[in-house]
Design a protein around this ligand. Structure first.
Ligand SMILES: Cc1ncc(COP(=O)(O)O)c(C=O)c1O
Length: 475
């Protein structure tokens, strides 16, 4: 016979259901997108010389090329646009942005730039000289480009575990401290700064732990080397610290971000990611000497120091975006969607860089297109196949992006060959994730039949992936 207590429990169990996870926003405006036929896509890809950067956006059904500048602004950001102050100097919007950045990062000096690479250009113009060594946890391509264009050397010091795509560890973006120390010892006096990228985009949007951030910065400082944090996705990194690192569960994202930046000397920011604006970036630092140096380059390259390449309205929208996207719910919604796509790929057995990254899934093309020789660029081939399958535009983060060695001019085949499925913020629904996973499964199921890849017919000497032209082999 049931006691009253067990009866009550029974009632609760049958009536109470755990609520499923859902987005922390609702949709106010939509943009129609269109499907195409395979025949259309064949022609369009041929016209684009097998380089998906050369496709027109109308030729794309689901666009996963990048999460950069492709996010959906909130109603508050659109409202802020109307309040933007377009004064050439001393814009109110600049000071509002500067105050927000200082509050979130702790950095007092702020120089706006039109995007992240412009921030790198200004800072590196002040800091980088020919022959110097700049270590980093897998420099982003523009970062590497700005270093190598100045005839300096970008040396990757990411932990070697990052190259094993099937290894599941929580902070795969970390720096290999032993290797870094050796590099700092061997190059004393020749390292102007280190680049610490959070999250580590190139190895799969993988986070760097607070412990590793602190120890990396302490190590660099021991050798008199400052640290610039490449912060495009700093809020996503803070989310992973909160959810994965002991001691941070009860801290807010903004508290975690403040601590991350407290160890570094400066940050360069592509605000098009975690700032959720379509265009914008900045440099921030507490070093007055760097600020003075950057001012000299900002004015001729970007514009006066209180707008540096940004409209007043864009600075206003960025201030709101930074505030919104350093809230836990917003980040949880985003990262949950990326994890959902990862779960679907798991169901189909498709190999990707594990665990799922913050902004993207990086499919391990070498493990999918095992019959395509590396000299024929498996990741670029898979990118093209996915587009042909369903009009989904992904992005090669692999051997083409790796460019040639600046000295030997040989292709760099030493790294990972990945296809990045990059998820724009607040843009697609989970139904789109289902389409992406199904399209990829279709390609995966016929992977054995794909035996030839692509050959380069034209390439730029640096950052070739944007404009490279390729032909399909075996046709
Ligand atoms: C880690 C990282 N750093 C720098 C950049 C360059 O920023 P932008 O595209 O705004 O020039 C990017 C862009 O994707 C990035 O992911």
């Amino acid at each position: 016979m049931h006691t009253l207590k067990t009866f009550k429990t029974f009632l609760i169990n049958t009536n109470t259901m755990e609520l499923p996870f859902a987005e922390s926003w609702k949709i106010k405006m939509v943009e129609p997108i269109r499907k195409s036929t395979r025949a259309e896509r064949e022609q369009w890809l041929k016209d684009a010389k097998n380089n998906i950067f050369m496709l027109r956006s109308e030729q794309v059904y689901i666009d996963l090329l990048t999460d950069s500048g492709t996010g959906a602004m909130s109603d508050r950001q659109w409202a802020a646009l109307m309040l933007g102050d377009e004064s050439y100097s001393g814009s109110k919007s600049f000071f509002e942005l500067k105050d927000t950045i200082t509050r979130i990062t702790g950095f007092e000096y702020v120089i706006p730039t039109h995007q992240g690479r412009a921030a790198e250009n200004v800072l590196f113009s002040h800091l980088v000289k020919e022959g110097q060594v700049i270590p980093g946890n897998a420099h982003f391509d523009t970062t590497k480009g700005h270093i190598e264009a100045r005839k300096a050397h970008a040396i990757d010091v990411t932990i070697k575990e990052a190259k094993d795509t099937q290894l599941e560890i929580p902070f795969k973006g970390n720096v290999d401290l032993e290797y870094l120390e050796q590099l700092l010892k061997d190059n004393q006096g020749n390292v102007p700064f280190m680049v610490l990228t959070v999250t580590n985009n190139t190895v799969g949007g993988q986070p760097v732990s607070m412990k590793n951030i602190r120890e990396t910065c302490e190590l660099c400082h021991k050798y008199g080397v400052p640290v610039n944090m490449d912060s495009a996705r700093f809020a996503e990194n803070a989310y992973f610290i909160k959810t994965r690192e002991e001691g941070y569960a009860d801290k807010s994202i903004q508290e975690i971000a403040k601590e991350m930046f407290s160890y570094a000397d400066s940050m360069t920011m592509s605000a098009k990611k975690d700032g959720i604006v379509n265009m914008g970036g900045f440099i921030a630092t507490n070093r007055e000497d760097w600020y003075e140096g950057c001012k000299r380059y900002c004015i001729p390259f970007e514009g006066f120091i209180t707008y540096g390449g940004m409209n007043g309205r864009d600075m206003a929208a960025l201030a709101v975006g930074l505030e919104e996207n350093t809230q836990f719910d917003m980040l949880q919604t985003r990262i949950h969607q990326v994890e959902y796509l990862a779960q679907l790929l798991d169901e189909y057995g498709i190999p990707y860089q594990r665990p799922a990254g913050g902004h993207a899934i990086f499919v391990d093309a070498d493990k999918v297109l095992t019959h395509v020789p590396i000299e024929e660029f498996p990741a670029q081939t898979l990118t093209c196949e996915l587009y042909l399958e369903a009009g989904i535009r992904a992005c090669e983060i692999g051997y083409i992006l790796a460019d040639r060695d600046p000295v030997t001019r040989e292709n760099r085949f030493g790294g990972l060959d990945l296809v990045r499925l990059c998820i724009p913020r607040r843009v697609y629904t989970d139904n789109h994730m289902k389409v992406i996973a199904a399209a990829l499964k279709n390609v995966y199921d016929r992977r054995e039949t794909i035996t030839r890849g692509l050959a380069i017919t034209k390439e730029a000497p640096l950052m070739r992936h944007f404009t490279v032209e390729l032909e399909r082999l075996g046709e």
